[in-house]
Write a protein that binds this ligand. Structure first.
Ligand code: DC
Length: 234
């Protein structure tokens, strides 16, 4: 069967990653968490004290950054790897969440990561989640989903996720962070977060994860069937 690209974009903490991961597993597709890549760059910039206003320094830093993903069989999860070291846990911490949007607005950073993401999805058969997948990385994605949810629901989900990683963070701090990131992500000059015209809107405020996954799989199923039918007719 023809492999396609599934783009899942939307606001922070709507359940994009969880949904994307399960959809990828169901279809036997690769899953690429592009937010993790921006987080890994942010971690590197902080570790190396890179000035966010110095394009030369940024360019040099980017040439020293290698981001890949590997499957950690022991932990049974995909992990993002920065220069041969898994940074999966570190990049989920609040100090990274508080900086990542500022790093994501930098044109040089976006150019480098978008190019890498396009390479990763070149053979198709991927589910990619982020902010600009359906609009900038793969505008020709066969299925585009734009996820949203009310901010309190998102904050509670994020708080629970952090708690599971033994990080106790106040709900107000999370709400402030989500609202700030949403604002920066959707108003930046370079590929801002916005719903592609042909993206299906998925509001997960009152949904459980299985319903979200079913929604996406249903759209994928229809797309594949329609394409197969069109091919038969031509
Ligand atoms: O999905 P996430 O919360 O881990 O993403 C972290 C940040 O990375 C998000 O606030 C904006 C940025 N990002 C982006 O600009 N473009 C993407 N495709 C993915 C994430």
């Amino acid at each position: 069967m023809k492999k396609i690209v599934i783009a899942i974009d939307g606001y922070s903490s709507c359940g994009k990653s969880t949904t994307a991961k399960l959809v990828a597993a169901e279809l036997g597709y690769a899953y690429i968490d592009t937010g993790a890549m921006y987080r890994a760059v942010t971690l590197y910039f902080l570790q190396h004290h890179i000035s966010l206003t110095n394009p030369k320094e940024i360019q040099k830093a980017l040439s020293n950054i290698d981001i890949t993903f590997w499957y950690n069989a022991k932990a049974k999860r995909n992990e993002v790897v920065l220069n041969d070291l898994s940074v999966e846990d570190e990049i989920r911490k609040m100090y990274i969440s508080n900086q990542v949007s500022e790093v994501s607005v930098i044109a040089e950073v976006r150019r480098a990561l978008v190019a890498q993401q396009q390479k990763m999805g070149k053979k198709r058969g991927v589910v990619m989640d982020g902010r600009d997948i359906g609009t900038a990385v793969f505008p020709d994605s066969e299925v585009k989903i734009f996820m949203t949810a009310d901010v309190l629901t998102r904050a509670k989900r994020r708080q629970q996720e952090l708690l599971e990683k033994k990080q106790l963070v106040n709900l107000d701090e999370i709400i402030t962070n989500l609202e700030k990131r949403d604002l920066i992500d959707s108003t930046r000059a370079e590929s801002p977060l916005r719903r592609a015209e042909d993206a299906y809107l998925l509001d997960t405020s009152h949904m459980v994860i299985e319903e979200q996954v079913d929604f996406v799989l249903h759209k994928v199923g229809s797309k594949i069937l329609n394409e197969a039918y069109s091919e038969q007719q031509s």
